[in-house]
Ligand binder design. Structure first.
Ligand code: SF4
Ligand code: SF4
Length: 103
């Protein structure tokens, strides 16, 4: 997965948090393609935070109760800058042939 580019996923603070006061148990977050959430008798819980795709906010955008939040994007961008992640990712993409122009 190019996003990691040598950085452990656990080091990157990007995952959802649910405010239980706002959650109306609509179930929309269970649509996450990475199975980050589990459904319980109290509604959704964040069971596998580090499976969350870095930078993704789809579940928060579609949450009926507006109950899902993420860490500050500014901090994430600072982390990327400090760890040179943009150029590392580009290198991985180039090596994987993902930046080849299709003819
Ligand atoms: S999408 Fe939001 S309101 Fe719906 S179950 Fe998940 S956290 Fe609760
Ligand atoms: S932000 Fe995206 S990957 Fe992360 S939990 Fe929500 S829908 Fe899943």
């Amino acid at each position: 997965m190019p996003w990691f580019a040598g950085v452990k996923r656990e080091e990157i603070k990007w995952y959802p948090t649910i405010d239980p006061e706002k959650c109306v148990k609509c179930g929309m977050c269970m649509n996450c393609g990475k199975s980050v959430y589990d459904w319980t008798e109290n509604g959704a819980v964040v069971a596998r935070p580090h499976e969350c795709v870095i930078g993704c906010t789809t579940c928060a955008n579609l949450c009926l109760g507006n109950a899902i939040s993420f860490p500050d994007l500014k901090e994430l961008r600072e982390f990327y800058k400090k760890n040179n992640i943009w150029s590392k990712v580009k290198k991985v993409l180039e090596e994987g042939g993902k930046l080849l122009i299709k003819k």
